[in-house]
Design a binder for this molecule. Structure first.
Ligand SMILES: Cc1cc2nc3c(=O)[nH]c(=O)nc-3n(C[C@H](O)[C@H](O)[C@H](O)COP(=O)(O)OP(=O)(O)OC[C@H]3O[C@@H](n4cnc5c(N)ncnc54)[C@H](O)[C@@H]3O)c2cc1C
Ligand code: FES
Length: 260
């Protein structure tokens, strides 16, 4: 169920020059969050930023009652959010949207998955990798960026699967695009991806050619976040769909028009 709630900033971590993470405490009973769901954050104290900003849930700690957001500073809203300090409050509507589907591995049919993230698109993949591991699903986590500095929090993924890195400049891992990493060509039961649109389209095209089930998490610009304003619409094989309400996660079997 959706909730509007003032979270308290427990911790703020700067991650290089472009990213920061906020650990947010609910202070009561938190709503369950499916990996891939997002929050709409109210940016207070800014005249320029009237609309809430959509941010994926990066991590969830149900015992502590905390959510973590991983945020890339790109404009006025995220710059203002970067000023938050421990003890400040942050008003959020959550959980929003349709998350990733979560297959269950069994002893007789162990599942192997590939998670492909680029840029701020790596954010929802941490919560996803944790939940998949808890379900006995094996994960290869393939993260890409222009340079090593632009792949923050990569160490956080290590406990949850095999971690592979691709950088354009070769400063870490394989030199090249994520789709050129040798691990990308291996067989998988399912591929999940979030990141820049050209990256996700390349991943989707390859998954379709290889007959691998694949889900993409779109990051279209949003306003209301609940399906009322239609500003986040994407064209799918089933007609126009709101990324905020029908997505952000879509199965590529309905997205041929989008990735072709
Ligand atoms: C479902 C969803 C989940 C998201 N999760 C995260 C996340 O976990 N971490 C994170 O850092 N960002 C995430 N984003 C992107 C984030 O919402 C935008 O970067 C943010 O709203 C920009 O606000 P701003 O005021 O700083 O920038 P603006 O001043 O609004 O814009 C600055 C620049 O960023 C571009 N921009 C704005 N929004 C987007 C967008 N959605 N996609 C691509 N470019 C955009 C603009 O075109 C402009 O060039 C997510 C977006 C969606 C839709
Ligand atoms: S953001 Fe308003 S309909 Fe999606």
């Amino acid at each position: 169920m959706k909730e509007i709630h003032d979270f308290k900033v427990l911790e703020r971590r700067q991650l290089g020059s472009r990213y920061f993470a906020l650990v947010l405490e609910h202070g009561g009973r938190m709503q369950p969050v499916v990996p891939g769901q997002f929050v709409e954050v109210l940016v207070e104290g800014s005249r320029e930023v009237m609309l809430r900003r959509p941010i994926s849930v990066h991590d969830v700690d149900e015992e502590r009652g905390t959510l973590t957001l991983l945020i890339q500073i790109v404009g006025n809203g995220t710059r203002k959010l970067a000023e938050l300090q421990a003890g400040d409050k942050l008003n959020m509507v959550y959980p929003l949207g349709h998350g990733f589907s979560l297959p269950l591995s069994t002893f007789h049919s162990p599942l192997s998955t590939l998670l492909v993230g680029g840029g701020a698109g790596i954010a929802p993949l941490l919560h996803l990798s944790k939940v998949l591991k808890a379900k006995g699903v094996s994960c290869t986590i393939l993260l890409g960026g222009r340079t090593a500095e632009l792949i923050p929090v990569r160490d956080e993924f290590e406990p949850y699967g095999r971690l592979c890195i691709a950088t354009d400049d070769g400063s870490l891992g394989h030199k090249g695009l994520v789709v050129e990493h040798p691990a990308f060509a291996e067989p998988y039961d399912m591929i999940y991806t979030c990141g820049p649109t050209p990256m996700m389209k390349a991943v989707a095209r390859s998954a379709a050619e290889r007959g691998i089930r694949c889900e993409v998490s779109l990051e279209n610009m949003m306003a209301c976040g609940v399906g009322a304003c239609l500003c986040c619409v994407t064209d799918t094989d089933e007609g126009h769909r709101c990324v905020c309400k029908d997505g952000p996660v879509f199965d590529i079997s309905t997205m041929k028009k989008w990735y072709k």
